[in-house]
Structure formats: C-alpha cells, structure tokens
Design a protein around this ligand. Structure first.
Ligand SMILES: [Zn+2]
Length: 259
C-alpha cells in the first residue's frame, strides 16, 4: 500500500538557514532535516504537537548540526548522518552512505552522496513522496559554494537531480534566493521563466516568505547552474554553444564567486 503523503513545516533558523520537519501521518514518525539551532525546531514541534523521532543530517557544517545535542536531549530522536562526516556530527546513531535506505515511519528515502559543497554531503531522496532534501547542494536558483573538491564534483552531484521528475519538491538548506536571482538574471538574461521567477522572489522577500521548497521542473527552467547544458549558458561564459556542460558549470560557478 502506498504511504500517506507527508506533512511538512519549513521555518527560518539563524539568519538564513531553513529548518524542515517532515511527519508521516500514518505512524506519527517525524524527522527534522538538519538542526541549525534547537530553539525554532523545538518551538515548531510544540506548535504542531508532533513528536520528533529522527534527525537526518545532510552534512557536517556547524550551521546544520549545532542544535542536535539539545534537540536529541529533549526528544530522544535518532540521529542519522553521513558516514563520511565521522565524529564532526554530534551524537550520531546511524551512519549512512550512497545507496542506503532511511525510514521515517512508513516514508522511505534513499541516500545519495552529493559531494562538492563539502566531501561528506548527502541528499535524502524520498521517491514515493516526491521530495529531495538537498541541503547545501542545490538551492532555489543557485547551488552550494564549492569548498572541498574540484567544482566538477559538484556538477556531477547536481546532474543527478536532473534525472528526477519535474514535480519533485526540492528542499534546500538556506534561503539565498534574492542574491541567487541577481546572479541568475546576469547569466541568463533572456530567460522569460527566470524573469518571472525573480519577480516572484522579490515579492516573497517583501512578504517575508521564502521560495522553499522549489520543484525540479522550476529549477530546470530557471536555475543557471542546472542549465549548464543549455547553449544560452555556454554563450554567457564565452564557450561555444555545444560546450561540455561540466566546463560551462565550472565557469558559471567561478563567475558567481566573483559576482
Ligand atoms: Zn554547508
């Protein structure tokens, strides 16, 4: 039997981190994706009455794991984290790697290793629910900063998302949409879908909302990094229209660093 559709809450943590809770209504199991800080996670648990059973960690950076000890103490949640993060994630119960399966009640996710932003980064893909928790790999209109590998590694990780269905919901770890939109418009100025999306981002910013989740279909149409396969983006970085998407991505990522 198909699992019930998960219930989701997203909320701001720290200054621009996104907290996410995902609950399986059939079993009451509930996961936090990363714990940037304890306070907002505990507050949303209190508001919803949900009981936290799991913490799924995307990567070891402090702004994704700092709240774990306090939330684990308060809830007893099981902590699942990338094996490659080792002891840098506190209080890990389950270490996961490429191809492993995670369960939040009846919701089943697959672990993808998606290095590039950092070497231990993983994405949790809940196929049946149509949800990917992309952490700092893929952002609305952007992608993570490359910190620990050649930029080609991040392109390889991002290109895995291109195989997902358009309706897949993409949850990312930060709200950088306004600065991402400015770069995207510079790199892909003739893209009408992007122009509309950038206007939507401005509106959301004024109303205190963030555009997370996005969908893979929207990102495929508007995110310059995922569009490294398009002739328009190759031209934007002064490569020939048929250039290798990896080279286009590397040039776009370097441009964004200077932008
Ligand atoms: Zn990070």
């Amino acid at each position: 039997m198909a699992a019930a559709k998960p219930e989701i809450r997203t909320f701001l943590c720290r200054s621009d981190n996104i907290g996410v809770l995902m609950r399986d209504p059939a079993t009451g199991a509930c996961a936090a994706i990363d714990v940037p800080e304890a306070g907002p996670v505990l507050r949303v648990l209190d508001e919803t009455g949900w009981s936290l059973t799991d913490i799924l960690v995307t990567h070891r950076h402090a702004d994704h794991v700092e709240g774990i000890p306090e939330v684990k103490r308060a809830t007893g949640a099981r902590v699942t984290a990338p094996a490659k993060a080792g002891a840098e994630v506190p209080e890990v119960d389950v270490a996961v790697a490429e191809g492993d399966t995670v369960r939040v009640g009846d919701l089943v996710g697959q672990v993808w290793e998606t290095p590039g932003h950092c070497a231990d980064h993983v994405t949790y893909w809940f196929r049946e629910a149509g949800i990917a928790f992309a952490g700092d790999t893929l952002f609305t209109l952007g992608c993570g900063r490359v910190m620990e590998s050649p930029p080609e590694t991040l392109w390889h990780s991002l290109s895995r998302f291109l195989a997902l269905p358009d309706e897949t919901q993409i949850f990312s770890g930060h709200d950088y949409v306004l600065s991402n939109a400015r770069f995207a418009r510079a790199a892909d100025p003739d893209n009408a879908n992007l122009k509309a999306r950038a206007e939507e981002a401005e509106r959301a910013g004024r109303e205190g909302r963030f555009l997370i989740p996005s969908t893979l279909g929207v990102e495929r149409a508007t995110n310059p990094f995922l569009r490294s396969t398009e002739p328009a983006l190759a031209r934007a970085v002064e490569l020939s229209p048929g250039a290798d998407p990896t080279a286009v991505f590397v040039a776009l990522r370097a441009w964004k660093n200077r932008f």
